[in-house]
Design a protein around this ligand. Structure first.
Ligand code: F6R
Ligand code: MG
Ligand code: MG
Length: 370
């Protein structure tokens, strides 16, 4: 049976500032989605948050880019925005960049990660949601999961994944994509995805030799760039993504191992700073110090006939304390640099922030040097 797994997310108001989603907004989303499940539009769902982003995790049989499913998400975000306005939450409706829904939320503000695939007998899925960072934050861990044998032992010792995977990489400036095979083209892949503000992994596919269908992705990431939609900085493009695991794919433990460094990502305060990505439980998915640090949560589900088990909060575990401790040390070290690069992003990446407005004022005072 084919199931579509969709995560659609948006920041429709923060509590307080850009820290967290108010529980009343999650309640609205829950009500909306439970009705959709009753009417059979959804097979199942889970509502959660990461920082100030409201996250709708949904299963259905409508395929990707479905008007009904995207419409449901859009209506949910609109209702939640109303509530956010009533409650006086901060930046209500921030990510709803258009006034009218025209069949698809792509390009309208919300972030979308979705895949339609043939369910295996038992289907483990890990949904990752990040706040205060950008889609390129997934490049490092997704490379590690599917291409780095120091992370994923199965690439060496499991014949069913020994041949490697195919990465679909998007150039989000030129709006082009390219498919790159690993391990044979690993260096080409790294040449691109190391530049994480421009080249982002969009999907990962099994190879033809795999026992899984080679045209059905096994991982996907939301790649919406809000500033490209809005033309100016409107909050970072806090991404979501998910990975299918086990039997012919990296094991669940190999999937979450990739987040054990607390790697450096861009975003954080005013979408303008580099800092460590801290894996946290849902209970700690609120952005505080310097509006951060950037955070990631991981919810693990088993999926069967479109139905989801209750999620397991995978970073709610002392095994990740060492990562959090390191992330906090790195955060403190980075903060000491104040407005200096590389804590603050390089000029090219500041183009869509509020900095050019400040620079404009100084413009006439610049004189040619001799
Ligand atoms: C980062 C983010 C926050 C805001 C910051 C200023 O993604 O959302 O760090 O950029 O709090 O917010 P405003 O301009 O709304 O006062
Ligand atoms: Mg916000
Ligand atoms: Mg956010």
């Amino acid at each position: 049976m084919k199931t579509t797994f969709s995560i659609i997310k948006a920041d429709v108001g923060g509590w307080p500032g850009h820290a967290l989603v108010h529980p009343e907004l999650e309640k609205i989303a829950y009500k909306k989605l439970i009705d959709a499940r009753k009417s059979d539009l959804l097979k199942d769902f889970h509502v959660t948050h990461c920082g100030d982003d409201l996250e709708l995790i949904m299963t259905h049989t409508n395929g990707v880019d479905s008007k009904e499913i995207h419409g449901l998400a859009w209506d949910t975000f609109c209702e939640a925005t109303e509530k956010a306005r009533d409650l006086g939450l901060y930046a209500a409706g921030q990510d709803l960049l258009s006034d009218a829904f025209s069949g698809n939320v792509r390009g309208m503000g919300p972030g979308i990660a979705e895949i339609e695939f043939t369910e295996r007998k038992a289907e483990p899925i890990v949904a990752f949601m990040m706040d205060k960072t950008e889609p390129g934050a997934f490049n490092f861990p997704f490379f590690k999961i599917f291409a780095d044998p120091f992370n994923t032992a199965g690439l060496i010792i499991d014949p069913s994944i020994h041949d490697g995977f195919i990465f679909e990489v998007w150039d989000i400036q030129e709006h082009k994509n390219v498919f790159i095979k690993t391990p044979e083209e690993m260096y080409d892949l790294l040449a691109l995805i190391g530049a994480k503000s421009r080249f982002v992994i969009k999907r990962v596919f099994p190879k033809k030799s795999s026992k899984l269908p080679s045209d059905e992705p096994v991982a996907v990431i939301s790649t919406e760039k809000l500033y490209q939609i809005a033309g100016e900085y409107v909050g970072k493009d806090d991404p979501a993504g998910f990975v299918r695991a086990q039997s012919g794919l990296p094991a669940l433990g190999e999937v979450i191992e990739a987040f054990s460094l607390g790697h450096l990502v861009s975003g954080w305060m005013r979408g303008s700073h580099n800092g460590p990505l801290m894996p946290v439980s849902v209970g700690n998915a609120q952005c505080t110090r310097f509006d951060g640090p950037p955070r990631v949560i991981a919810l693990g589900f088993q999926l069967r006939n479109g139905k989801l088990t209750e999620p397991v909060d995978l970073f709610d575990d002392p095994a990740f304390d060492i990562t959090r401790r390191r992330a906090q040390d790195v955060m403190d070290y980075m903060r000491r640099h104040g407005p200096f690069e590389p804590h603050r992003l390089p000029m090219a990446d500041m183009e869509y922030t509020t900095l050019p407005k400040v620079m404009k004022k100084l413009g006439p005072r610049f004189k040619k040097t001799k």
